[in-house]
Design a protein around this ligand. Structure first.
Ligand code: 2AM
Length: 183
């Protein structure tokens, strides 16, 4: 079985900018900067033959390159606990369009629909063991954070191996985004 997800890989310069925010919260488990990414669709464990179908479906997607603007920070909560800290992405029709295309392509090859609404973010830390006051202070301190915008020219199918400290993510296939060529 393979554990897969579809995401935007981030250039090293952007990862370094985001890494500048990390630190200073006891109990937070910070994501290693090499693991930063923006998930378009979590797939989970699938059989290798199905992974081949996923690859074919993703390769058939036609979408345009766009500018990604990461801005602001936020949290996800579950059962009254703050589970994670993240950097958000500004609303962007091209990003939404790409995510919809990925979702449609994956449903077409038989994956169950994603129930959660798409909320584009880059996870900075897992925080279920951190003090909520510290997390709220972090959000306030960095709410106005804006990264340098980057051009997104491909999306990526990643495999994930769960590790003891952090997961190991491996880019398996890049899919180019192409500006429409005039006829
Ligand atoms: P997260 O960063 O918000 O946790 C790889 O695990 C990526 O897939 C992560 O970016 C993670 O989002 C996302 N993901 C979405 N749903 C997931 C799930 N049910 N289990 C693990 N990861 C999930």
């Amino acid at each position: 079985m393979l554990r897969l997800f579809v995401a935007l890989a981030l250039p090293a310069s952007l990862r370094a900018e985001i890494a500048g925010l990390a630190g200073g919260i006891p109990g937070a488990r910070w994501v290693p900067p090499e693991n930063y990414h923006l998930t378009l669709r979590f797939i989970g464990e699938i059989e290798p033959w199905r992974a081949q179908e996923v690859d074919d479906a993703l390769a058939a997607i036609r979408a345009r390159p766009f500018t990604l603007q990461l801005a602001g920070v936020g949290t996800f909560e579950k059962a009254g606990r703050i589970q994670s800290l993240w950097v958000g992405a500004e609303r962007n029709d091209a990003l939404t369009h790409l995510q919809t295309k990925v979702e449609t392509a994956l449903q077409r090859v038989g994956l169950a629909p994603e129930r959660k609404r798409f909320s584009p973010h880059v996870t900075l830390a897992r925080t279920d063991r951190a003090a909520p006051e510290k997390l709220m202070a972090f959000v306030q301190a960095y709410n106005l954070f804006r990264a340098t915008p980057v051009e997104v020219e491909h999306f990526t199918l990643f495999s994930s191996r769960l590790g003891k400290e952090a997961s190991v993510y491996t880019p398996e296939v890049d899919y180019d985004l192409v500006a429409r060529v005039a006829a």
